[in-house]
Design a binder for this molecule. Structure first.
Ligand SMILES: Cc1cc2nc3c(=O)[nH]c(=O)nc-3n(C[C@H](O)[C@H](O)[C@H](O)COP(=O)(O)O)c2cc1C
Length: 167
């Protein structure tokens, strides 16, 4: 499904492994997990790819994106492939602004009208005290609060309005 004139932005600290990859490849993907993968999503957010291969630990499958030079996660139901078009330095973070080149949605989370259904995607939205983790030794941080962003994305995909997402 091609998706024109839509942007999304994510902010990453320079110390992250992902920051270097996005800068070098000028691309990134947004991978929306459903709650069945909350343990794996939590682990991805707690451990650095500089230290471990997160894919082999979690058993998730990296797939080369079709339109940009970045991997996406096969098991996750909603993927955005983004080409980096601009960066903004904000304190410790760099804000990466990407043009959405493709949206991949698993058939199983589509409505009869072939648009993504947030009730089927069931994105992770548990507060940290509830979220299980794969690595009990790591301190847990953050709150999985993606529902609002995913809801906006589903609405935009349903009526093809241009989209500006802040993650
Ligand atoms: C819910 C949640 C939100 C996070 N948000 C950010 C963020 O906005 N920016 C950031 O640099 N790190 C954020 N982190 C921390 C990174 O995910 C973490 O440093 C991760 O280990 C980086 O992995 P990498 O080094 O493989 O890129 C967040 C973590 C969690 C659990």
């Amino acid at each position: 499904m091609l998706f024109h004139s839509s942007l999304c932005r994510v902010s990453l600290r320079k110390v992250t492994y992902t920051h270097g990859n996005v800068t070098e490849r000028k691309a990134f993907t947004l991978n929306i997990p459903s709650e069945t993968h909350i343990r794996e999503a939590d682990y991805f957010g707690m451990v650095s790819g500089r230290d471990v291969d997160k894919f082999s630990v979690t058993g998730l499958t990296p797939v080369k994106a079709e339109f940009v030079d970045a991997p996406y996660i096969k098991e996750f139901p909603l993927i955005l492939e983004c080409a980096l078009i601009h960066t903004i330095e904000i304190g410790l973070h760099t804000q990466f602004i990407g043009e959405v080149k493709d949206v991949k949605v698993d058939e199983s989370v589509l409505t009869d009208k072939k648009v993504p259904d947030i009730e089927k995607i069931r994105p992770c939205s548990l507060p940290r005290k509830v979220a299980p983790t794969m690595d009990r030794a790591a301190p847990r941080q953050g709150i999985f609060h993606w529902k609002r962003g995913v809801k906006a994305l589903c609405a935009a995909l349903a009526d093809t309005r241009p989209l500006f997402l802040l993650w």
